[in-house]
Design a protein around this ligand. Structure first.
Ligand SMILES: *[C@@H]1O[C@H](CO)[C@@H](O)[C@H](O)[C@H]1NC(C)=O
Ligand SMILES: *[C@@H]1O[C@H](CO)[C@@H](O)[C@H](O)[C@H]1NC(C)=O
Ligand SMILES: *[C@@H]1O[C@H](CO)[C@@H](O)[C@H](O)[C@H]1NC(C)=O
Ligand SMILES: *[C@@H]1O[C@H](CO)[C@@H](O)[C@H](O)[C@H]1NC(C)=O
Ligand SMILES: *[C@@H]1O[C@H](CO)[C@@H](O)[C@H](O)[C@H]1NC(C)=O
Ligand SMILES: *[C@@H]1O[C@H](CO)[C@@H](O)[C@H](O)[C@H]1NC(C)=O
Length: 614
């Protein structure tokens, strides 16, 4: 063996080794440099590779092929090389059409993404052979109409995405034969009304229907007729200003409805007249100026409610979340409560809302104090941020009234941090102090004071209780104290007055005694009589000469004191007996006069007795 020969043998060996070593990469010769191929997963990705066409040299057993973000303008026959494909992504290319019969050999294909292309028209034959296809994404193309039987070759289709086109018309038979379709996305098109007739074949299967961002103006009775399995209905961002009372009537499985950003401004009878099983409702961005009582009384299962971005909303009735009109009918709960409503305790049934979002209603500046009455037992999440509340009147509410609440936001309100927010302050303290905030006290986010001036911009939690001007924190006891001290004062005054009057009387009595004793000296004859029943026994004696003389006991006119004391005239004396029945008068001999009037004091009042003297 020559050296040359051995060298040659070694070379062959080396080649063999190279071939052996290179053998795995030998398959990669089918993988263009711009692609990444994984033959164990049977997956190839040629995304973003500036490809003009579908590569034909890839592993024919591929299950997954990514061709997104290329410049593929036409499919031609190339995709038919990959008969084992399950998933094909052709999104973000420049396809104008899917051609005819190109997918025919792809009987296993389940997922086809043609979104973000330039497809402006489709033929039934485009989809021929795709008998296993479950998801078809044709979003963001240039479709303007859906013709009859367009998807007739797709009996397995579950998800059909047609959003972001310019679809204006949907033929009555467009969705015929799509017996398994669960999800139909038609949002962001140019539909002027709900394609009710076209939806009828989907009655037994459809779960989710997206009609958002179209040009729909009215929801007529029976718009969603027969869609008994529909659970989600997206109608947001249309121009809906009218909802007929039976629009949602047959949606017996409806769980979530998005009506946000429309032009609704009246009572929606569809929400009050009949019962809906709905649990999620979004009414944001509509035109209501006020939300009346029983606004949603036909939604006894509502759990999530969003009423945000209401440009014109100024007032909300405290009974807006009540289920039933007192005294009315038409709601399930009412029959249960109507009997008890007649009794003094009115059972108010409210919507069982757990997640309430009422944010960014720029004109809504008053939170009615009864709004959460009854709701508090269910609330888990409450977002009131971005409104115009200067204060939050929770009425009787304290944090303990919200047993399940775990999130509360009142951020971006022009809150005045005064005593009215004490409940919130307490909530924040509670959270601070119980380190185990997880169980119990809710997360209260960003409560920032807008006033009064010294506190503007400060978080409420940074204030002390005294900063909230709660000096009258116990107003009831203060009032009680005030009332009691007032009463004591008044009683004291009364006692004083009585005492003073007694003293005055006593002084006067003693003065009379003095007068009497001074008269005694020259009175001729004492004549005493008993006075019965207010008439003088003297009167009974029959009067001769009439003469009137009045004696007053006050100091000025008292004959004794004034000095005008007529001789013979006497001053009636009065002795207050314990029983107050007998008044003894002492009378001196009178100047011949017919009648006298005796004035005397009796139990603090002045009485006059006409006396006729014989
Ligand atoms: C289709 O591709 C687009 C763009 O890559 C992507 O956003 C979309 O989610 C895909 N569709 C499906 C149904 O996965
Ligand atoms: C309304 O609130 C719900 C629940 O938090 C949320 O999913 C939805 O996006 C909100 N809608 C708007 C318009 O913000
Ligand atoms: C409600 O009252 C109206 C008449 O007032 C009646 O026609 C209707 O049947 C009542 N509905 C229920 C559920 O009782
Ligand atoms: C809290 O809210 C105020 C306005 O109310 C805002 O200025 C501030 O940026 C918010 N902070 C956070 C953390 O969101
Ligand atoms: C707190 O301020 C609000 C808004 O200015 C006011 O309506 C409320 O009466 C105040 N509360 C108290 C207790 O002063
Ligand atoms: C409560 O906690 C926050 C942050 O966790 C803190 O900024 C604030 O000062 C605390 N307040 C009190 C009263 O401790």
């Amino acid at each position: 063996m020559s050296l040359d020969q051995s060298w040659s043998a070694a070379r062959w060996l080396a080649v063999a080794v190279v071939v052996l070593v290179a053998s795995p990469t030998a398959v990669q010769t089918f993988c263009p440099s711009m692609c990444q191929c994984d033959d164990s997963l049977l997956e190839a990705s040629c995304s973003g590779s500036r490809l003009d066409s579908v590569p034909i040299l890839l592993n024919p057993s591929l299950r997954t092929l990514h061709l997104a973000h290329n410049r593929i303008a036409s499919l031609r026959q190339s995709v038919s090389f990959y008969g084992e494909l399950r998933s094909l992504d052709l999104s973000h290319n420049v396809l104008h059409s899917l051609g005819l019969l190109h997918f025919q050999p792809l009987g296993q294909l389940e997922w086809l993404n043609v979104s973000n292309n330039l497809v402006s028209s489709l033929e039934m034959e485009s989809f021929a052979g795709l008998s296993s296809l479950t998801a078809l994404d044709l979003s963001a193309n240039r479709l303007t109409r859906l013709t009859d039987d367009l998807f007739a070759e797709l009996p397995s289709l579950v998800t059909l995405i047609l959003s972001g086109n310019k679809i204006q018309t949907v033929a009555a038979g467009a969705f015929d034969s799509l017996r398994k379709l669960h999800t139909l996305r038609l949002e962001d098109n140019n539909l002027g009304h709900v394609p009710s007739t076209a939806l009828v074949p989907l009655a037994a299967s459809l779960r989710s229907l997206y009609l958002s961002k179209n040009l729909i103006e009215t929801l007529e009775d029976g718009s969603f007729r027969h869609l008994a399995r529909l659970r989600f209905l997206g109608l947001n961002d249309n121009a809906i200003d009218r909802v007929d009372p039976l629009a949602f009537d047959t949606l017996v499985s409806l769980d979530a409805l998005d009506l946000s950003f429309n032009r609704l401004d009246g009572v929606i009878e569809a929400f009050t007249a009949s019962i809906s099983p709905m649990t999620h409702l979004d009414l944001s961005g509509n035109m209501w100026r006020q939300l009346p009582a029983n606004f949603l009384s036909g939604l006894p299962r509502l759990q999530t409610l969003n009423i945000s971005y209401m440009e014109y909303l100024r007032s909300v009735d405290p009974a807006v979340f009540h289920l039933s009109k007192p005294g009315g009918n038409g709601s399930v709960s009412l029959s249960a409560t109507s009997t008890s409503a007649t009794s003094s305790v009115v059972v108010v049934k409210v919507l069982p809302i757990a997640n309430l979002v009422m944010t960014n209603n720029a004109l809504w500046n008053h939170l009615p104090s009864g709004l959460f009455h009854g709701l508090d037992a269910h609330l888990v999440r409450l977002d009131l941020s971005g409104n115009a509340f200067e204060t939050l009147d929770m009425g009787r509410h304290h944090s303990t009234d919200w047993p399940h609440l775990n999130y509360l936001s009142v951020a971006y309100n022009p809150l005045q941090c005064n005593c009215s927010l004490l409940w919130l302050w307490n909530m924040l303290q509670q959270r601070n102090h119980s380190s185990a905030a997880v169980n119990g006290s809710p997360v209260v986010v960003n409560v920032t004071c807008s006033g009064p001036p010294p506190y503007s911009g400060l978080p409420l939690s940074s204030l002390n209780q005294s900063d909230l001007f709660c000096s009258l924190a116990l107003p009831v006891s203060i009032i009680v104290l005030l009332v009691i001290s007032w009463l004591v004062l008044v009683a004291g005054l009364v006692v004083l007055v009585i005492y003073w009057r007694r003293r005055r009387n006593a002084r006067r009595e003693s003065r009379l005694m003095i007068i009497k004793s001074s008269h005694h000296q020259y009175h001729h004859r004492d004549h005493s009589f008993q006075h019965h029943n207010g008439t003088s026994p003297i009167l009974g004696g029959g009067g001769g000469v009439k003469h009137q003389q009045q004696y007053r006991m006050d100091s000025n006119n008292s004959p004794a004191l004034s000095g005008h004391h007529h001789v013979g005239a006497t001053i009636p004396q009065y002795y207050q007996h314990q029983n107050n029945l007998h008044h003894h008068f002492q009378q001196a001999q009178l100047v011949p006069s017919a009648r006298d009037e005796y004035t005397y004091h009796c139990a603090g009042t002045i009485k006059r007795i006409p006396v006729t003297v014989v």
